[in-house]
Ligand binder design. Structure first.
Ligand SMILES: CC(C)(COP(=O)(O)OP(=O)(O)OC[C@H]1O[C@@H](n2cnc3c(N)ncnc32)[C@H](O)[C@@H]1OP(=O)(O)O)[C@@H](O)C(=O)NCCC(=O)NCCS
Length: 237
């Protein structure tokens, strides 16, 4: 069984479809890597190397463009104690960058109180790294899944766990290790996208998790793997 590989790269509409509500997605354009920052943001880069400056700048510019689609004027997006972006009141979002690709997703808190997006370059994950990311029962689960051309399930698990962290941390302030959580993917033959569930399996962890943050969606294309997690408001359950 083979999952058909996409021939094009995911666009912002396809990324938006990974979320269960109306989100605004902006994939950074080349000029966004040289955009102007607000002074409070530029101050965060005092000791940053050029590459880091560029990716941070693209993330902030993409986030502002995504927020503008909700009618929000440009405003600073500072950084919280866990390095998370601090979104304007009433909005939630997430930022990811990898190898010349950067995107920001935002929505209203009333739709989704928190979001996590993670994008990683495709290809397999080195075995020594995969063992730090995935639990033994996850490897057994991957072995029963269809092939994932251009990437591996371990690589996708890495991305899914990072998206999960980005979604949960702003709400819980809790740091989780990769091996504290277990992912299970659902995949159907003939598509390069699917869903996943995430369970916190470390004893005593995860009690503060927001409702529905344990559901996510994934996609792969020729270049990258994509993972999205959203926390839903309790009243929307
Ligand atoms: C934070 C982390 C997830 C970022 O992932 P990454 O693949 O290295 O980098 P990405 O480009 O995809 O994402 C970086 C962006 O994530 C966001 N981010 C960083 N820390 C965050 C946090 N605690 N909560 C939410 N978002 C966060 C930031 O916007 C950052 O970009 P910026 O600094 O330019 O604003 C990762 O570095 C990390 O610390 N992982 C350990 C924790 C974890 O993932 N556990 C998994 C088990 S749940």
């Amino acid at each position: 069984m083979d999952i058909r590989r996409r021939t094009v790269q995911l666009d912002s509409e396809a990324i938006a479809r990974l979320f269960p509500a109306d989100v605004s997605v902006c994939i950074a354009s080349p000029d966004m890597y040289r955009a102007r920052l607000f002074p409070a943001e530029a101050a965060l880069l005092a000791r940053a190397v050029e590459r880091r400056r560029a990716e941070f700048t693209a993330g902030r510019a993409a986030a502002r463009a995504a927020l503008a689609r909700f009618g929000l004027p440009a405003c600073p997006i500072p950084r919280g104690p866990g390095r998370e972006p601090v979104w304007p009141r009433g909005f939630s979002g997430s930022i990811t960058h990898c190898d010349g690709f950067c995107c920001a997703v935002v929505t209203r808190v009333s739709e989704l109180p928190s979001l996590g997006i993670d994008v990683e370059a495709g290809g397999p994950l080195e075995d020594s790294v995969a063992r730090l990311i995935c639990r033994p029962e996850e490897f057994a689960h991957f072995a029963g899944l269809p092939d994932l051309p251009g990437a591996s399930w371990a690589r996708l698990a890495f991305s899914a766990k990072e998206a999960f962290h980005k979604c949960c941390y702003p709400l819980t302030g809790q740091m989780l290790d990769f091996l504290d959580v277990r992912v299970r993917f659902a995949a159907s033959d003939g598509t390069a996208t699917g869903t996943f569930t995430m369970a916190v399996v470390a004893p005593g962890r995860g009690r503060a998790l927001p409702p529905h943050s344990t559901m996510g969606a994934w996609a792969v294309d020729d270049a990258r793997v994509y993972a999205a997690v959203a926390a839903r408001a309790p009243m929307l359950l």
